[in-house]
Design a protein around this ligand. Structure first.
Ligand code: G3I
Length: 450
């Protein structure tokens, strides 16, 4: 019902739902609606992706490309976007091999994770010899140029790779970049955001899978600090290179959900697990199940296709053997993806996250609960109590857009960010889909009587 002079709102209750709260929400992914027969399709059933590292020089290998095109819907260039590949001489940029991978992915409807803009390793000779403010400027220029070249084309960027030290310090790894000042990481993220505002910006590392490790805690504190100070970070990548010396930790899911609770996406970015047969298969299954149980774990990438494509091929760590046949590990991954994301034993996965304001006499209360999430959008549900004659404003923050609604009659203000929802005869609950464009914050709600 439209507001009239006689129906001035009597009481308005505002619920501001903060990004940090949104990050704490972990919900059940939708159960699989049916068994899919490829990794990408199985992951897509719960809004996730399944990707692989790709080497440009293998795009002429028919077996390799056949598996790639059939099974995967996300691609990470294995080496082609690294600093030594994209800026071999200072100020001279070289994108040939990386562009070939991006073009192949696009033609196949796959998305691309960019890897990586700033790293202590794989630096070209000219950069290795730099230090101080000269290096800082060169690094930022590299980030700006490469992120600009791929602006709007990538799903995410590993902006900074492997910046923390192994061992018990929980601190930064020593490197020429680190010696330019502790703020080099946030400077890189800000430069990447300025160059490509709509691509997810990730911090990516290894040996950060075990929640009890100092390195994991060090990265966690950095992400927490970045979120609290508004440094633009959208995701954390867990490389997840496992073998008998570095097994899948029992608290892996805790690690993923703890980072997600900071308000970032989490992604498994370079998965490989050395071994064979049923033990390798069950390790893969555990990793996939952990991701499936955390709503903001929105994708898994394996670090190569066949064992023979692996950077550590002697450990046979991948899902296809050297001839391209599916291994037991493949089947366990496919089944875990098809099983969907419900994990009733983990309380964080079964919590229905709602925010409720204290009801006041004569007023109304709008309660928000998080709905399903996909890579590009999420659903929100609102239940109103206290009146059947409600007016709820739903304010999203730019660049979010409400792209559909149900069980309400909705109008928008001129900015398109403020939706006014009223009953349409379907009761006192309604919902909407928000295309997030990189901003996962929940909307603010105001409830008033009409
Ligand atoms: O292509 C050249 C070849 O022409 C030359 O003859 C040969 C001689 O060494 O080198 C070949 O290049 C190698 C390249 O892989 C392609 O195979 C490089 O030497 C070698 O250093 C490079 O290794 C890559 C490594 O990163 C470098 O840091 C691996 O392929 C790649 O899988 C690995 O990926 C990293 C991630 O980026 C970050 N996380 C860890 C992960 C595994 O190390």
């Amino acid at each position: 019902m439209p507001l009239t002079a006689k129906s001035v709102p009597r009481i308005a209750l505002v619920s501001s739902l903060l990004a940090a709260v949104a990050g704490a929400a972990v919900l059940m992914a939708a159960p699989a609606s049916g068994a899919a027969s490829t990794l990408g399709a199985a992951a897509a059933q719960s809004g996730r992706y399944f990707g692989t590292a790709v080497a440009a020089n293998k795009l002429s290998d028919q077996t390799y490309v056949g598996i790639l095109n059939r099974e995967f819907n996300m691609v990470t260039p294995e080496n082609e976007m690294k600093i030594d590949a994209t800026e071999p001489n200072q100020g001279q940029f070289s994108y040939g091999n990386a562009d070939r991978i991006v073009a192949h992915a696009k033609a196949q409807g796959m998305r691309v994770r960019g890897h990586t803009l700033a790293w202590y390793s794989q630096q070209p000779g000219w950069m290795q010899n730099m230090s101080g403010s000269t290096l800082r400027s060169a690094m930022l220029n590299h980030v700006t140029q490469v992120a600009t070249h791929y602006k709007g084309q990538l799903y995410s960027w590993d902006v900074v790779n492997e910046a923390f030290a192994d061992g018990n310090s929980g601190g930064r790894r020593d490197s020429n970049l680190q010696r330019t000042g502790n703020d080099w990481i946030e400077a890189a993220f800000r430069a990447a955001r300025a160059a490509d505002p709509n691509t997810k910006l990730c911090y990516n590392d290894y040996n950060t899978d075990d929640w009890g490790q100092a390195k994991t805690q060090g990265v966690y504190r950095m992400v927490q600090d970045f979120k609290s100070r508004g440094v633009p970070i959208d995701c954390v990548g867990f490389q997840s290179h496992f073998n008998s010396n570095s097994p899948v930790p029992s608290n892996y899911q805790t690690t993923l959900s703890s980072f997600a609770a900071l308000g970032v996406d989490v992604q498994i970015t370079e998965l490989d697990i050395e071994g064979s047969g049923s033990s390798q298969a069950s390790n893969y299954q555990r990793v996939v199940q952990a991701c499936m149980a955390v709503a903001r774990c929105n994708g898994i990438t394996v670090w190569g296709i066949r064992d023979s494509d692996s950077w550590r091929s002697s450990g046979t760590p991948l899902l296809f053997d050297g001839s391209g046949n599916k291994k037991a590990a493949y089947t366990s991954v496919l089944n875990a993806l098809n099983a969907g994301g419900t994990n009733p034993t983990d309380p964080t996965t079964t919590t229905t996250t709602t925010t409720t304001q204290n009801p006041q006499p004569g007023g109304c209360t709008a309660t928000y609960s998080e709905g399903q999430k996909w890579n590009d959008r999420f659903n929100g549900n609102v239940t109103v109590s206290g009146t059947d004659n409600w007016v709820v404003t739903v304010t999203v923050s730019s660049p979010q857009k409400v792209i559909s609604t149900w069980n309400t009659s909705a109008t928008w203000d001129s900015s398109g960010n403020v939706m006014t929802a009223r009953p349409n005869g379907s009761g006192n609950s309604f919902g909407f889909t928000i295309q997030h464009n990189g901003n996962w914050n929940w909307p603010s709600l105001t409830c008033s009587t009409g």
